[in-house]
Design a protein around this ligand. Structure first.
Ligand code: ATP
Length: 360
């Protein structure tokens, strides 16, 4: 439905997009995730026709968009900077796209559409207010509504929830995908928030330095991150990454020998690696290879507890149910279990690029 091939875009000497490839399927909710400056907004603008790429092609619904004006592309984009009429009412802002000759919806149908979207976005009570008098969060919802009321081939949403307070943001996150228009329309959604991408994306594209470094479902990205940087981006507490080497007997071993874990994936002997294991994949009881250590610190996270354990010269973090950690104090000896199948192996990080995943 949206296919970008070899997109390059520079601003003076700055390379914003560096051979970006993207393939979004019909009806899919696709999240572009990446840090500030990675090229997410430029990607959306390139799809919308608001930026012209220096090289590469944009194809929408099988049609090459070269030379096609933004208003002829059939996509609706929501800007982080709102782009609303401040002197007009929220209703007018929502209604104005529907009055354009492009849609020219009968007044009653337009009213119904606006009413339904306003309801879902929790702005029904604000429709008579001037946008200039609304709070940032309210304006952002009007801006999102202005996009969603339009019949479109695709929605392009640039951090549409970023100005909402935490509670509203969580609520909208849960509801956004249930909105009929969103469910039925291909959506390309930009965020720098990994939790948001995991919650919303049917698939996620991780953007870094003007390229997509990994595309996958949330499971693929979570269980099979392509490199250490993607592994670190998802999950709090962060994944443990222990430096060490691969032994002749096919185990992972830290330099001081304090951690040694058999590997269930082949890796070159002697290779300098990082062994990755997520805090929720380490346990204090149950099956798995045992590591002996002492408690460094515990932190209550609600129903679970984060325990940092010193194992040899390393610190590993694990998240355990409260019942398993009752009475644990600093310096208590503990045994941490790790199942080899939960261990991810990466090449060691280099200054020019993060370590790539090895094996499985
Ligand atoms: P953010 O989350 O901060 O919006 P982003 O991932 O959306 O980041 P882009 O806005 O696409 O990143 O920008 C990518 C790079 O291109 C950045 O280094 C940015 O400074 C640069 N850039 C984007 N637009 C312009 C422009 N109009 N002129 C000059 N440089 C630009």
């Amino acid at each position: 439905m949206i296919r970008l091939t070899g997109i390059r875009k520079t601003f003076g000497k700055k390379v914003a997009l560096d051979g970006l490839e993207l393939d979004v399927r019909e009806g899919e909710f696709f999240c572009l995730l990446g840090p500030s400056g990675a090229g997410k907004t430029t990607t959306l603008k390139t799809v919308a026709g608001l930026e012209q790429p220096d090289a590469g092609t944009v194809v929408l619904d099988g049609r090459d968009m070269a030379g096609v004006e933004p208003y002829d592309r059939g996509v609706a984009m929501c800007f982080e900077s709102y782009a609303l009429y401040p002197h007009r009412s929220a209703y007018d802002n929502l209604a104005s796209p529907l009055r354009s000759p492009r849609y020219r919806l009968p007044a009653a149908e337009a009213r119904d559409r606006i009413g339904a979207i306003a309801e879902l976005l929790g702005i029904s009570g604000l429709l008579d207010r001037r946008v200039g008098h609304l709070s940032n969060g309210q304006r952002q919802r009007v801006a999102l509504g202005r996009v969603l009321v339009r019949p479109a081939r695709a929605f392009l949403l640039d951090e549409p929830l970023s100005h909402l307070d935490t509670k509203l943001r969580q609520q909208m996150r849960a509801e956004l995908k249930a909105i009929g228009a969103v469910r039925n329309t291909t959506t390309l959604y930009v965020t720098h928030d990994a939790v948001e991408a995991l919650a919303l994306g049917d698939r996620i594209g991780v953007v870094r330095d003007g390229r997509i470094v990994q595309t996958g479902t949330r499971e693929e990205i979570w269980y099979r991150p392509c490199d250490t940087e993607v592994a670190r981006a998802f999950g709090r507490p962060r994944i443990n990454l222990l430096p060490g080497t691969v032994t002749g007997t096919g185990s992972f071993r830290t330099a001081d020998g304090g951690v040694e874990i058999p590997l269930d994936t082949p890796a070159p002997t002697g290779a300098e690696v990082l062994a990755g294991v997520r805090p929720r994949d380490l346990t204090l009881h149950g099956p798995g290879h045992e590591l002996t250590g002492t408690v460094y610190v515990t932190e209550v996270l609600g129903r679970s507890v984060e325990v940092t354990v010193r194992v040899g010269g390393q610190y590993v973090s694990l998240v355990a149910p409260r019942a398993d950690t009752a009475g644990l104090r600093a310096d208590d000896p503990v045994r941490v279990r790790v199942r080899p199948e939960n261990l991810l192996l990466f090449e060691a990080d280099r200054p020019e690029r993060p370590g790539r995943r090895i094996g499985r």
